[in-house]
Design a protein around this ligand. Structure first.
Ligand SMILES: [Zn+2]
Length: 86
């Protein structure tokens, strides 16, 4: 499989693949395509960083002594941007 054979993912597809990517459930070829899109797309890179932050915060929330706010506001803003860019 050459680079030219790699089908470009849309931002929507990237968003749908984020969970699989984080869980390591993507095939190597899919992972490469996913990462290629990320490197060329600031929006998706930012989105992934937001998602990662959300995961970290969720983990922190399991500690009863340290409740941290989940930045749902930012995620909602990103989601709205994504909706309007379709
Ligand atoms: Zn994108």
């Amino acid at each position: 499989m050459s680079v030219r054979d790699i089908v470009q993912l849309s931002c929507k597809e990237v968003v749908e693949l984020v969970t699989d990517y984080q869980e390591g459930a993507l095939a190597v070829a899919d992972r490469v395509t996913f990462e290629q899109h990320l490197f060329g797309c600031t929006w998706c890179m930012t989105y992934l960083q937001q998602v990662n932050r959300g995961v970290e915060l969720t983990t922190q929330l399991r500690e009863p002594s340290e409740p941290g706010p989940i930045d749902t506001q930012k995620l909602a803003t990103l989601f709205r941007k994504w909706q309007s860019s379709k």
